[in-house]
Design a protein around this ligand. Structure first.
Ligand code: ATP
Ligand code: ATP
Ligand code: MG
Ligand code: MG
Ligand code: MG
Ligand code: MG
Ligand code: MG
Length: 266
């Protein structure tokens, strides 16, 4: 087919290929979820349905992109790590970033009623996304540690804040003022003294976030299946990396025995 005289406009498109041999991380984050969760009556500070819906949408992203080796999420955000040598979409940053965000958003809406059967969606939610490249394994581990440290800081603060608002009847600004400048030890003390809450007994999912990994599982009565498994564990310390060596090797999906009660998505 002959080229049209308009064809030259294609030359204005920018090359956006991710640097070779780097981990590619795409992170999505809900747009205005402070308001979204408020309008949709999420339980504060942690709505279990909301967090599980986030993991469900993330599992769909794992299904679409087989080169994702680990995912980590909390609150309204989720990070996806593509193996270093992936060649999916020729490593084009815009393709990866936009498709992950778009798949995630549409899956979030698609599965909404499974998690919030009583709550009609009042408007279509959206997620932004960004892409970051990490050249070393240490950088990647530090990235995941950074996100998990953020879970801790936010969760401790939010638990104090919402206890003061919901149980002590403080206004949001009074609660904020009371917490301003407090150290984490003081927040732990406040939770224990005023509300009898031992922070360490809070659910792991709320304190540690959700980690998704791909595993090939041996089920009792059926052939092996590759599933996306949810973990609520520490990703900062070494044992996680010893237990899941496939992440950094980006090798083949490891086989695990089916454990009854294990949390997974297909
Ligand atoms: P932005 O568009 O800049 O991201 P935002 O309002 O989404 O603005 P975030 O910093 O992303 O701000 O914070 C997300 C907010 O969503 C949290 O502060 C929390 O209030 C709420 N949220 C997210 N997930 C849940 C959940 N599962 N349960 C309760 N609240 C949640
Ligand atoms: P890619 O993921 O690479 O974009 P694609 O299958 O979406 O692959 P496109 O070049 O974007 O390929 O073409 C979109 C195709 O979708 C069209 O070729 C057409 O077959 C179909 N399509 C889109 N909109 C309509 C429509 N309204 N009615 C009928 N067919 C449609
Ligand atoms: Mg944001
Ligand atoms: Mg947000
Ligand atoms: Mg957020
Ligand atoms: Mg296309
Ligand atoms: Mg198309």
């Amino acid at each position: 087919m002959a080229k049209s005289k308009f064809e030259y406009v294609k030359d204005f498109e920018q090359e956006d290929k991710c640097l070779p041999n780097c981990w590619i991380v795409v992170r999505v984050d809900g747009k205005g979820f402070h308001k979204f969760t408020d309008l949709h009556n999420f339980e504060k500070p942690n709505d279990l349905r909301g967090l599980t819906l986030m993991s469900r949408a993330a599992a769909d992203v794992f299904q679409v992109f087989k080169d994702i080796v680990v995912g980590f999420g909390h609150s309204d955000e989720f990070s996806f790590v593509f193996k270093k040598n992936t060649n999916v979409y020729n490593r084009r940053a815009e393709k990866l970033s936009s498709l992950v965000a778009s798949q995630f958003s549409s899956s979030y809406v698609f599965h909404w009623t499974d998690y919030f059967p009583e709550m009609k969606l009042l408007y279509p939610p959206a997620f932004d996304s960004r892409i970051v490249l990490y050249p070393t394994d240490e950088n990647l581990r530090d990235y995941l540690s950074w996100r998990q440290a953020d879970v801790h800081v936010n969760n401790l603060y939010n638990l104090c804040f919402w206890s003061l608002v919901l149980k002590s009847g403080l206004t949001p600004s009074e609660a904020e003022l009371k917490l301003r400048g407090t150290l984490s030890g003081e927040k732990n003390e406040l939770l224990f003294q005023e509300f009898g809450i031992n922070y360490n007994n809070e659910p792991q999912m709320f304190r540690k976030g959700t980690t998704l990994l791909r595993k090939c599982m041996n089920f009792p009565d059926s052939p092996k299946r590759v599933v996306v498994v949810r973990y609520y564990c520490d990703v900062i310390k070494k044992p996680f990396w010893d237990d899941h060596p496939e992440i950094l090797k980006a090798g083949k999906t490891p086989e695990v025995d089916f454990v009854d009660g294990m949390d997974y998505f297909e």
